[in-house]
Structures are given as structure tokens and as C-alpha cells.
Design a protein around this ligand. Sequence first.
Ligand SMILES: Nc1nc2c(ncn2[C@@H]2O[C@H](COP(=O)(O)OP(=O)(O)O)[C@@H](O)[C@H]2O)c(=O)[nH]1
Ligand SMILES: [Mg+2]
Length: 406
Amino acid sequence: MLTFAIIGKTNVGKTTLFNAATLLDEKISNYPFTTTEPNHGIAYISDLCVCRELGVEDDPVNSTCLDGWRYVPVKIIDVPGLVKDAWRGKGLGNKFLSAIGQADALIHVVDASGSIDENGKISQPGSGNPVQDVMNIEMEIELWISHIIDRNKPNIIRDSVNSSFEEELNNALTGIKTRPGHIVQALEVSELTEKPFHEWTPEDTLEFSHRLLPIIKPTLIMANKMDLPTAEENLEKLNDYYSHSLVAACSAEAELALRRADKSGLIRYSPGQETFKVIDEERLTLDQRKAIQYIEEKIMYKYMRTGIQQALNTLAFKLLRRNMVYPVSNEEKFSDGDGNVLPDVHLMENDDQPIDLARTVHTRLADNFILAIDARTGLRLPKDYTLRHRDVVKIMTQKRLQVKSS
Ligand SMILES: Nc1nc2c(ncn2[C@@H]2O[C@H](COP(=O)(O)OP(=O)(O)O)[C@@H](O)[C@H]2O)c(=O)[nH]1
Ligand SMILES: [Mg+2]
């Protein structure tokens, strides 16, 4: 399952975002360090399901279909505020950094209203510097990566004699989910391909780590608290400074309020939609009415949506370039062996082929793979076919295999 880690300094709204995305009840408070363990939860990314286009009623198994939208689960981790010198282990730093290591992509939350001081305490709105905040947190992660490399330096040098340096460096970094291709790419952009590893200075190691980070952890910067007046100016600054990466505007608190109101039956709201509907005006208290009005005025009219669902989708589809692919075993009914229509959808990588889909469903399916069929047309897919978003694919095997997805 894809894993996203929510990072950022204290009090920017990470836990609120986590709760909104998972609708779990976590302690939300103004005190720094209320969270001492990385929280793990399940969030969903969503896109139009193929059921309506194919004219079928589906029976989702590994995902959910709501009003013709498919919601696919992803793991999400709320990583408590990283303090300065976290990479040296300060403030449970290593535990938090390891959680980042497990992630496929990062949601870097900043307080766009600038109401947090350097130490993560609530202060005068507009006084904080979100651009600097992003750099500080990234620096901790880069120093941590450098530290891992330094610690493994003797082993890397020793083992490179019998294999390649790139391979050994990759082995040292597998805990943060590197692949050999990432290492080669980062060496190139940091211009260290030619320099012998034993001659690397501490600056070289840090430069390498700095270049490696965006390659292994695609990051979305989430400008949170957009409902506050000082936020707009900082959003512009963030957009200017981080024009090379993606910046999204959001209000985690608004999303949390909407999802909770939906859950308790006060409003009808599907995450990611641009509107919500009050079910019964009479049932709302004065405070609830005020809250709804605030969200409408400050967020929904201005930004069209709270930004949370879009952020999750952007990570999966734009930054990680995943495609939703539906495996079926009956290409006429679009069903699995048990008759479930469009039971599963998998988030395949951009250059994945049908054999990769087979492997994702079950290794036995891959071992016996012969060819794949496009269930929409009934035609055989070419040998070198790469899977596309919303493909519905039947895998043909040598033997008749009855496999349940793993
Ligand atoms: N105005 C406003 N406040 C928010 C928003 N999101 C979070 N907060 C508040 O910011 C404070 C810190 O939030 P929390 O999620 O605990 O931050 P964390 O330390 O990063 O996990 C709390 O008082 C939240 O209610 C938002 O979108 N708008
Ligand atoms: Mg928190």
C-alpha cells in the first residue's frame, strides 16, 4: 500500500490534517509535542470509477465506490514536529525520521498564516516565516540521510571492492526506500559521479543527500490555515520560492469540521467536493451555523474546496504518477472468479506492464502469465504495453488459476 507521511513543524496542523484524512479522533491541541508516537492511519485517494462508463453495478472489495467515485486506501503517518537537531536524536528525532523513511511521498504542512514562532508556539499571525520553516525541516532530513551515509562509510568502501559503489550506497539506504536508479540520478545532479567516495567531504555528502531527498520522497507543500487573513501573502511567497515543487492551499480544520458534520448527519459532504449541503437547518445550533458560514466564506467560496482530498490525489497521481488499474478474471462481466464486478483497483507505477499487475495481484499469477487482454475491447494487449490510468485488464495464465488477491 502507498504510504504518505505528514511532516512539518509543531502546531502547523499536521494532526488536524491527519484526523481529517482518516477521520480518527486524535488529540488536537495547541501544546507542542502532544503527539509522541507517529500515528498510523488509513486515508483514501479518489478518482472517477469505471463502473458508470462500463454500465455496471460494481462490488468493490479492496476499495470503495461512492456515487461513481472509487476510493482507494493509502497509509498515512502523522509524524510529530521535527525539532532542530532531530537528526542527532533530539526530541525522539530518530523515531520520527524512520517514519519518514518508510514513506513513498511527503505532505509537508506549513502554517501559511505565519502564527507559529521558531519553537512551534502559537504567536502573532503574520510573524512566522513558512518559507524558512520548510527549509529547516528539510535540512533535518538531509542531515539525517548524511549521517546514515557517514555511519556506513567504512562498510560501503569495503564492500564496493566486490560490487559497485552505487549498489553498496543503495544497500546502506534501503531503509529510506532508495533504488539504484535514484542513487545514480542523485550522484549526477550533485556532480559526484566522478569523485571517489573515500574523497567525499562532509559538504559532498550533504549535497548528495539534498539532491537525493526530492528524488526518493516527492513532496507536496501544504499551505494550511488558509482561512486566516495573513495566509494569502505567505502562500504567494511559498509559490514563488518553491516554484519547482508543488504547493497546495488548504484548511485542515475546515475539512475536519465538514467531515465530522457529515458523519453526524448534519450536512452531506463527500470529501473533495466543492459544495456541501445542510440536511436540516433547524437542527443546527447557533455555533454550528456560524462555523458553517465561516467555512463557506473563508474557504469554499474562495478556494472552491478545503484542499485535503485534492492533496492526497495530487500525491498519488501527479507526484508519484500512479495509475488506477482494475484486474478482472471475466472480461465480459468485468468480474472476479466469485462474480464480484470490478472488485479491485491497484495503483500501478507509470511504466508498469500487465506482468507487474499480475505480480501485484498474486505471485502465482505472474509465474503463469501468458498474456493480457483489454477487457473493454476484448483484444489482446501488445507485449510491450504499459498500463494506463483506468485500464481494465484480464490476465491469462497457463493453468486455470483460482487466485484471490493478496
Ligand atoms: N485557523 C485554522 N487553524 C487550524 C487549521 N488547522 C489546524 N489548526 C489549528 O492549529 C493548531 C495546531 O494543530 P495540530 O493539528 O495539533 O498541529 P500539529 O502540531 O502540526 O499536529 C490547533 O489549534 C488547530 O485547531 C486551519 O486550517 N485553520
Ligand atoms: Mg500533532
